[in-house]
Design a protein around this ligand. Structure first.
Ligand code: BES
Ligand code: ZN
Length: 652
């Protein structure tokens, strides 16, 4: 199905938008069955007034954004987004409300109006990694509950960290330019000034003008038929309140195809068919399982945009349109767990959000938990444990990279003076997952399954921190009237779990699927072992990965043996980048010089940080010149976030 044809499927949603006053829908929480206990509620309020997010310079305790209207021209020539943003702000206190302070980073502001009158404004000094706070005066001040409209004329700059602009030559069919955003964690402020904190949620209107089709994190409204080359206004509404980091936009030569009754995939015309094939078998199944675990999906459609290869993450859970790396489309449906993951964020992260990046485990740990439950429901319990085994290795790697006593190996991570980008690792994902999995075992699966919808209902449309999570958990299980359960949950050492650095206790995993991988890795310890393609014939690609990771970790190989491994198991020609990069890490560790060039080539083809960062670090260890040269050559290919991280990794 073409981009043009797909528009008709949106009619129902458009009607809903037309008949509902956008702002009145602001509270998804109204649908909650349960409300938090009084203590948790007042604490949330008190801490919000104190701005409990150290990664935001905004005074969101004094004002809260209720609605954002983002009106932008997507200017491919200038590589800028130009336009305005209108923030509808509600005053929270009587005291401080004569000034609004917003987050901003590398944006050009030309005018600020408060309720249609020009206002005094200034950027204050830059704070490391957080940007410059934009101070706007509110003449006459505002009393609690008052609403003001702040309109800011703004354009992005060359230094914008959220956007990547690709020339036609950098796209697969080389016909048109392409652009996309990546706002998590704190890059939305480099597109427009805003309260860039996950603790504030607002509904959104997007008015985006482009010469090419546009995708955004809202429901399309009106006609989206595109005539390539012709400027057109694309409108979207997001009626579920979302934090600024879920603002998303992409524009380019994009077409769509259905992958389920409420889902489509969007991609370049050359890729669309293979993308459709990759996802259509599992998409609706994932959704139905997730809905059974939690509650019905609330965002209308769930779609996937497959981006060009420089997309820096595996996936990004932008509402309505998950953004994902083309490396997920490996032609064997073996990487679709990324979609199960991003879909799970529709509940964990997007409806229920971490209040600050200090509590990021609430987003990613919960999402890993839901992802693994989905995969287990679809493919059997052993897959749950198998995925845990893979994840545990990632956790071990992160802990050993930071050091086992490092702050960043804790569940709650102090973010004062910190760039959230530097903290990003498997810790939030896997340690977060293991905390929830531990709680699941403490209360038993049947009981935990009752807690899941309770938790998501309670916090739907809101943001919370780890302490509110603890209170919600304890209140629920203490309130069931089961003395045995009460005793069990009383024994949970929350402080230890939330604040201890390093690895958590390791549970026993079912190793059914991993044993064969470990056994094969063991054989490689013996230099006289003669491998054959048959060794891995029956392996899934995840099993191959577990095998490769085990070899990388435990089996020192000579350059010749590493080469042999790559050849016999046909890893060098693999289309699956997960396997290819795992292989190169082995080859580089063994100092197999014949692999250096191949590594450098791969580094020019993918921009997903999961591969790029370890490969650059490993290449840097064995051949710094080649690493630097490869980086210089591909600088413009990488997304600004990836570029920045690799520069840090290579100490450029
Ligand atoms: N939300 C994350 C990506 C992210 C996190 C972007 C923090 C920026 C800052 C997304 O859901 C994610 O976790 N992606 C993973 C995929 C996975 C675990 C299957 C990735 O990119 O590898
Ligand atoms: Zn995630």
């Amino acid at each position: 199905m073409s981009w043009l044809a797909s528009v008709s499927t949106r009619l129902t949603q458009q009607k809903a938008v037309a008949s509902a006053p956008v702002r009145a829908v602001a509270s998804v929480a109204a649908t909650s069955v349960f409300t938090p206990s009084k203590t948790t509620f007042s604490r949330a309020f008190a801490s919000a007034a104190m701005s409990r997010d150290p990664s935001s310079l905004s005074n969101y305790g004094a004002w809260r954004t209720r609605h954002t209207t983002a009106t932008f021209d997507i200017d491919f020539e200038a590589k800028r987004m130009k336009g305005s943003v209108i923030l509808e702000l509600v005053s929270q206190t009587d005291k401080q409300s004569n000034e609004v302070i917003l987050d901003s980073k590398f944006v050009d502001v030309s005018s600020v109006k408060v309720d249609a009158s020009e206002s005094k404004w200034e950027f204050k000094d830059e704070v490391h990694a957080l940007g410059k706070p934009l101070h706007i005066s509110v003449p006459g001040g505002a009393a609690k509950g008052d609403v003001i409209n702040v309109k800011i004329d703004v354009e992005t700059t060359e230094k914008c960290t959220a956007l990547q602009w690709l020339t036609p030559a950098q796209t697969s069919n080389k016909k048109h330019p392409y652009m996309f955003s990546q706002c998590q964690a704190i890059n939305a402020r480099s597109i427009f000034p805003c309260q860039d904190t996950p603790d504030v949620k607002a509904t959104f209107t997007f008015n985006l003008t482009s010469t090419l089709p546009v995708v955004a994190s809202g429901v399309p409204v009106g006609n989206h038929d595109a005539t390539p080359g012709k400027l057109k206004l694309y409108k979207f509404e997001q009626e579920v309140p979302i934090p600024a980091y879920l603002f998303a936009v992409a524009s380019g030569d994009i077409v769509t195809a259905p992958i389920g009754p409420r889902s489509k995939v969007a991609a370049g015309p050359l890729e669309i068919e293979e993308c459709k094939w990759e996802f259509e078998r599992d998409m609706e199944k994932f959704m139905e399982i997730a809905e059974k675990l939690v509650f019905p999906y609330k965002w209308g459609e769930y779609n996937v945009l497959v981006l060009p290869p420089s997309f820096p993450y595996g996936g990004m859970e932008n509402p309505v349109y998950t953004f994902c790396t083309p490396t997920v489309v490996s032609g064997d449906r073996q990487n679709v767990d990324v979609i199960a993951h991003e879909l799970s964020h529709s509940w964990s992260g997007n409806l229920v959000s971490n209040a600050s990046w200090e509590h990021f485990w609430l987003n990613e740990g919960w999402t890993m938990y839901l992802e693994r439950r989905i995969i287990a429901a679809l493919h059997g319990e052993p897959e749950f444990d198998f995925s845990c085994i893979l994840g545990w290795k990632g956790l071990e790697d992160s802990v050993s990279q930071y050091g086992k006593d490092h702050e960043y190996t804790k569940l709650i991570i102090n973010h004062k003076g910190v760039d959230p980008e530097d903290v990003y690792s498997q810790v939030a994902y896997e340690k977060g997952f293991h905390f929830l999995y531990y709680l699941d075992r403490v209360v038993g699966r049947e009981n935990f399954d009752k807690f899941i919808p309770h938790y998501f209902n309670t916090w739907s449309g809101k943001s919370l921190d780890s302490f509110e999570f603890r209170d919600t958990f304890m209140d629920f299980f203490n309130g069931l009237g089961d003395e045995d359960l009460k005793k069990k949950v009383a024994e949970i050492d929350w402080n230890d779990r939330l604040y201890s650095p390093g690895l958590p206790p390791k549970p026993e995993f079912d190793t059914t699927l991993a044993d064969q991988c470990f056994a094969l890795a063991d054989k490689w310890k013996n230099d006289s072992f003669e491998p054959s393609p048959k060794d891995i014939e029956e392996f899934t690609s995840s099993q191959k990965l577990v095998f490769l990771e085990k070899v990388q970790q435990d089996v020192p190989l000579s350059p010749e043996r590493a080469q042999l491994l790559g050849k016999v198991y046909e890893l060098l020609g693999s289309r699956n980048v997960e396997l290819l990069s795992a292989y190169y890490l082995i080859a580089l560790k063994s100092k197999d010089t014949t692999s250096y060039q191949g590594t450098a080539e791969l580094l020019g083809k993918v921009g997903r940080m999961k591969y790029v960062r370890p490969l650059f670090r490993a290449l840097n260890k064995v051949d710094r010149n080649l690493a630097l040269e490869t980086f210089a050559k591909n600088r413009d290919f990488y997304h600004p976030i990836a570029k920045g991280m690799v520069e840090k990794d290579l100490k450029i």
